[in-house]
Ligand binder design. Structure first.
Ligand code: NOJ
Length: 564
């Protein structure tokens, strides 16, 4: 048994790189490039920085890296406002740096997935600049969604719709027309009825696939196509319409015509390129995106909204395995990403307040962020203890696991960011209500005693808190009890124990303790409660998230057994 401490260096089997369905049970590590590692000292993480940290990824034992956008961008939305889909932001490097990174990752047995943002461009994109200059009625405006305003002089927006980031979803341009933006003002939505738009994204997919990219993460995959036939509904009407495939803006059936065309592109490569949909849709409609004829896999975000609770976790696992079976894909597990409060922090706060539908009524952790991290008190130790248990639970499940940079260090959300240094548009568009997502995007702590915790030689673009020293990778590397060692051990064991994509629940006699067994015998027991749980006689775990208490699994802990 190890709570950690086994030699973790994992060299991938080079033959694995050729497996066509490598993604089915892969561990995919999300890199948010501007906050991962900064090689040139300008305070912004870059591609050479990622290259310099490949050993960390190899020693961690991940199967693939997903890069959030690294394209030229004015950073109105953390890079999800793309000014050129087929280039690298000069602050982050060059296309040659990208090629070097792909080669180095592949040499380390790690695949690479890039982010495609097809719903909107940046307002700095050449197409949008052309649309502004060309004026109303032009072909350039047809690539976006331009409309005349309402009211006697057209000075009112076409509708009262609101954007996802808050505020009106229409913006007026100099000649009086309005353009539609689902997200920030700087992110005009593309018109997916326009064949030129469709052709250009096929070109972009091929551009990156030809450079050796193994897969794509598709941003807001459920929003591309729209039915904007006049008269347009009001906001209230829009919100009351069912999301059954015919809603004017969200999760329309016809978006899969786009993905059928993309699928032909993916399948023209050997091995076929993979794709995963970011689709916030009714769970029953997830299989439409995860089908082999469409994108092939879809994110399951249910755990982002769950408390550390056995009933919630088991329902989520059960329903998502059924959805995966329905589509023929594998499911995905996500505890943290660049859009949510980190799970070590969520689990250290009181449970989320829930509405009648069981969903959180507001973003979990936001009130704590609003208080600058003081109210209500965060129980950091408990949050981390539960995060370790939840991560080990998830890493034992069938399907692929997505890890967000820094969760392998057990990082907490950073609350202490002065307002003047915040960057996220959700903060600026909803002053005082939503603190936004900067707290999970603070540049990583690599070392306890180097300037800026080893992130780079210049002041990072978001400030790092002093507690990053003890959370840094160097502080954890040799420590058998650290979260970094736990993740390394878990990923190494997962490779050895990996088996068919099913599980069997085993009764534990306790509502707050879950036990499941994979076909090979690999067994996971998680105690979501606080009372220790008596393990079966003679059971010897191969890994635990916390030391055993005699023959008992302590509260808020997980144990793995190679056979039980
Ligand atoms: C989803 C991305 O994850 C998020 O970061 C971004 O703000 C929106 N899509 C808009 O692109």
């Amino acid at each position: 048994m190890t709570t950690a401490g086994t030699p973790a260096l994992q060299t991938a089997d080079p033959q694995q790189i050729e497996l066509p369905e490598w993604w089915r049970q892969a561990v995919v590590y999300q890199v948010y490039p501007r906050s991962f590692a900064d090689a040139d000292g300008d305070g912004i993480g870059d591609l050479p920085g990622i290259l310099s940290r490949i050993d960390h990824l190899r020693e961690l034992g991940v199967d693939a890296v997903w890069l959030s956008p690294f394209y030229p961008s004015e950073l109105a939305d953390g890079g999800y406002d793309v000014a050129d889909y087929r280039d690298v932001d000069p602050r982050l490097g060059t296309l040659e740096d990208f090629d070097r990174l792909v080669d180095a990752l592949h040499a380390a047995g790690i695949r690479i997935v890039v982010d495609i943002v097809p719903n909107h461009t940046s307002d700095q994109h050449a197409w949008f600049q052309e649309a502004l200059a060309a004026g109303r009625g032009s072909a350039a405006r047809e690539r976006y969604i331009f409309r005349d305003g309402t009211g006697p002089d057209g000075s009112e927006p076409p509708t009262d719709w609101v954007s996802v980031f808050g505020g009106p979803a229409w913006e007026r341009v100099a000649d009086g027309q309005w353009y539609f933006h689902n997200f920030a003002v700087e992110q005009p939505d593309l018109n997916w009825d326009n064949p030129e738009v469709r052709a250009d994204f096929v070109r972009t997919l091929r551009f990156w696939a030809d450079r050796g990219v193994d897969g794509f993460r598709i941003d807001v995959a459920h929003m591309l196509t729209k039915d904007l036939t006049e008269p347009l509904p009001s906001r209230a009407e829009l919100e009351s319409l069912p999301r059954d495939g015919h809603h004017p803006l969200i999760d329309r059936d016809d978006v899969h015509e786009v993905y059928a065309e993309w699928r032909a592109v993916f399948d023209s490569y050997d091995p076929p390129r993979a794709a995963v949909a970011e689709a916030w849709v009714d769970p029953a409609r997830i299989p439409l995106y995860a089908r082999a004829e469409s994108l092939g896999q879809a994110f399951n975000f249910d755990l982002l909204e769950a408390d550390f609770n056995a009933g919630q976790f088991s329902r989520i696992v059960g329903s998502n395995l059924l959805l995966a079976a329905e589509s023929g894909s594998s499911t995905t597990w996500v505890l943290s990403n660049h859009d949510v409060v980190r799970h070590a922090t969520r689990y250290g706060l009181p449970d989320a307040e829930r509405g009648e539908d069981g969903r959180p009524v507001r973003k979990h952790g936001n009130e704590w962020l609003l208080s600058g991290g003081t109210t209500p008190q965060l129980d950091r130790a408990r949050g981390l203890r539960r995060a370790r248990a939840a991560s080990l639970f998830v890493l034992g499940l069938p399907g692929s696991a997505y890890i967000y940079q820094g969760e392998e260090l057990g990082l907490h959300e950073v609350a202490e960011i002065p307002d003047a240094q915040r960057q996220d548009p959700t903060f600026f568009r909803s002053p005082g209500e939503d603190m936004g997502r900067d707290g999970c995007r603070v540049p990583l702590p690599w070392s306890a005693d180097e300037p800026f915790f080893g992130f780079g030689s210049g002041a990072p673009h978001l400030p790092q808190p002093s507690w990053f020293a003890e959370a840094s990778a160097s502080a954890q590397a040799g420590d058998p009890t650290s979260t970094l060692t736990l993740y390394r051990d878990a990923l190494a064991l997962r490779r050895r124990l990996q088996t068919a994509e099913t599980l069997e629940w085993i009764e534990t006699g306790r509502e707050d303790v879950l036990r499941f067994r994979r076909p090979s015998g690999w067994t996971v027991i998680t105690n979501f409660g606080t009372e220790p749980f008596d393990l079966p006689e003679g059971a010897a775990p191969v890994l635990t998230s916390a030391p055993l208490d005699g023959g008992r699994l302590p509260g808020e802990a997980t144990a793995w057994f190679d056979a039980l």
